[in-house]
Design a protein around this ligand. Structure first.
Ligand code: SF4
Length: 94
């Protein structure tokens, strides 16, 4: 259940602001799984190309972390939180 816990609203806003300014953010590809997700989250869905997650979903989950270091401060992630190297191979399977 921890994985489904929502982050606080102001934390979600902070995550989304960072993702919206990030070069790893991109439009969700035209694949079956992402097209299915677009039905739920909207046709303008964007993903993090560093982990393949849907940004709106990732930003709202308390258990998620940004997988990339802040270029200005490698101790922090691009979300401004303590950065930990993500487990190798931890990407969504699509
Ligand atoms: S989760 Fe991190 S690396 Fe991915 S788009 Fe957001 S800020 Fe960029």
């Amino acid at each position: 259940m921890e994985g489904l816990k929502h982050a606080k609203p102001w934390i979600i806003e902070k995550h989304l602001a960072a993702c919206n300014a990030c070069e790893f953010a991109a439009a969700a590809p035209d694949t079956l799984i992402y097209n299915g997700a677009k039905v739920v989250v909207g046709k303008d869905a964007r993903i993090c190309t560093a982990c393949d997650c849907l940004i709106n979903t990732k930003a709202a989950m308390a258990s998620e972390a940004c997988p990339k270091q802040d270029p200005a401060n490698p101790e922090l992630s691009r979300w401004g939180e303590s950065w930990k190297e993500p487990p190798k191979g931890k990407r969504w399977p699509w």
